[in-house]
Design a protein. Structure first.
Ligand code: ADP
Ligand code: TYD
Length: 199
């Protein structure tokens, strides 16, 4: 039996990881077997690539090089983690997936969407069954992400105007694929947001 593939998307600090964890707990309590995973990462090889793309100076990689790195990480994650879990009939909950590349690399620093789409078709060829977009204002997201700090700040360091384009990009994707996306208001306490996620 094929499993169910769910992704969370949103700007940095929108609360995706928190909601992904809460949904996994909720489904496990209901008796489902859940693989909770994330991108970039989610397999040993992809976690190594994660360090390359999330740490260091904002201008460390061009958008084109990033497309290759994120897609390489995604291909490994798909082969080693996602496909095997779906084949076992599990629910896979992924914190970010291909929509992040469509927006972060495809739209925010020039129009590279066609390149992203062609590489996706060639190397990934699949999308989640359901995508939950946690929507939040960039100012609030950046405040939350900055409070969390750490070394993985390359994209946060690109600033508020950048995160505004990211938010608009996600909302545009959701409007184009309403059957796959659910947009959830992230500007509420975690438990209230989770009620929207579980609905
Ligand atoms: P993301 O994965 O989207 O970057 P996180 O789930 O890691 O977001 O949340 C970013 C920060 O904001 C964390 O410190 C988290 O505890 C906090 N946070 C998450 N959800 C909420 C919420 N609904 N309201 C207020 N703070 C939140
Ligand atoms: P993530 O760990 O989800 O960060 P956060 O919790 O701050 O939202 O993602 C790390 C960063 O990687 C995030 O800024 C978005 C970026 N990213 C891309 O640019 N392209 C991609 O394909 C993915 C998966 C992530």
């Amino acid at each position: 039996m094929a499993g169910l593939f769910v992704s969370f998307e949103g700007i940095d600090g929108s609360g995706k990881s928190t909601q992904a964890r809460m949904l996994a707990d909720h489904l496990r309590a209901a008796g489902h077997t859940v693989t909770l995973t994330r991108e970039p990462g989610g397999s040993a090889g992809a976690e190594e690539i994660r360090r390359l793309v999330l740490e260091g100076a904002a201008d460390r990689w061009s958008p084109e090089t990033e497309i290759l790195l994120f897609t390489a990480a995604r291909r490994d994650h798909l082969e080693k983690t996602i496909r095997p879990a779906l084949a076992r009939g599990e629910v896979v909950i992924c914190d970010r997936f291909a929509d992040s590349t469509r927006v972060f690399q495809g739209l925010t620093r020039g129009d590279l969407r066609e390149t992203v789409d062609r590489l996706h078709d060639l190397m990934i060829g699949t999308d989640p069954d359901l995508t939950l977009l946690i929507d939040l204002s960039p100012a609030e997201g950046l405040a939350r992400a900055t409070a969390r700090q750490g070394s993985e700040m390359r994209f946060e360091d690109m600033g508020l105007a950048f995160q505004t384009r990211v938010r608009e990009g996600f909302l545009a994707l959701a409007a184009k694929a309403p059957q796959r996306f659910r947009v959830i208001d992230g500007a509420r306490p975690p438990a209230e947001v989770a009620t929207g996620v579980a609905a």
